[in-house]
Write a protein that binds this ligand. Structure first.
Ligand SMILES: Nc1ncnc2c1ncn2[C@@H]1O[C@H](COP(=O)(O)OP(=O)(O)OP(=O)(O)O)[C@@H](O)[C@H]1O
Length: 258
């Protein structure tokens, strides 16, 4: 099992941010995590990466039960996290290749001498993610879509068991978004690692994300097979406005009913 949360609650500054969260991810499953602004998605991810400890309940991530003695650093080496916070820390002068290589050490910047195996793996990832042609270009000169690919490559360098993509299409135009989604689909089709794809956008729930969790006001509003969760009636209740969901080519689209 990749993840097991039981009756998890998180209280910060006297306020419950997460409550009664139950969530299991089996090996090889890929999940979409959908929630509006302030739903608690970031707080939940921070907990999965052991930056926050649960106030109540049990958290088990990749076979590690959270307790007083959990080593956050060790756990984080097994989780590939792609988020805007990490992206902002990357040195703009490092090349795409160096950024991907740095993932082997889970460091920002390269301080250790990579092995030949690491170099081969980084080159392979550059190819798989379509980054090869700009491998030697500094990170700051890359487009948003290119940077995002590099960040995913960096996360995959550590051969994580869980890959968390936190709103990876933010700031991308339609073409770049679809291209990135295609790459994500390719990674997901390999089964390992399991992916949690965090988004506000229903249209980004690719067929590979066959499970969806809806988070609302810090609690699980619904979870299960995406086809059963992403429906007009469920999402109308979830968003609190009447919406119409249509499935086309195994991808959902949504619009507000007039
Ligand atoms: N450390 C903290 N202390 C106090 N309140 C917090 C803390 N972290 C988050 N919150 C609050 O918890 C709620 C959920 O925040 P969170 O950032 O997890 O939402 P989100 O679903 O990620 O939203 P968005 O989509 O806008 O990023 C918000 O009301 C936020 O202000």
């Amino acid at each position: 099992m990749v993840l097991n949360l039981e009756q998890v609650g998180l209280k910060k500054e006297g306020k419950w941010i997460l409550q009664d969260v139950n969530w299991k991810i089996e090996n090889g499953e890929h999940w979409a995590l959908l929630g509006l602004n302030g739903a608690g998605k970031t707080a939940l991810l921070n907990m999965l990466c052991a930056y926050y400890f649960p106030t109540t309940g049990n958290v088990n991530v990749i076979g590690r039960q959270f307790g007083q003695d959990i080593l956050g650093e060790r756990l984080r080496q097994q989780i590939g996290l792609v988020s805007s916070t990490i992206k902002e820390k990357i040195y703009g002068t490092d090349t795409a290749y160096q950024v991907i290589l740095s993932g082997a050490f889970a460091s920002i910047g390269l301080y250790e001498e990579p092995t030949d195996k690491m170099r081969d793996q980084a080159k392979q990832l550059l190819k798989e993610l379509g980054c090869y042609e700009y491998a030697n270009r500094p990170f700051r000169m890359l487009s948003q879509g290119e940077r995002q690919r590099v960040m995913i490559g960096r996360a995959l360098m550590g051969e994580p068991k869980l890959l968390i993509l936190d709103e990876p299409t933010n700031g991308l135009d339609f073409i770049a978004r679809e291209a990135l989604l295609e790459s994500i689909e390719r990674i997901a089709s390999k089964k390992v690692p399991s992916i949690i794809y965090v988004t506000h956008h229903v249209e980004e729930i690719l067929p590979v994300f066959n499970k969806t969790l809806l988070l609302k006001k810090g609690t699980v509003f619904a979870q299960g097979e995406s086809k059963e969760i992403i429906t007009s009636s469920k999402l109308s209740e979830f968003f609190g406005v009447e919406v119409e969901v249509n499935w086309n080519d195994q991808r959902p689209s949504i619009k507000k009913r007039k």
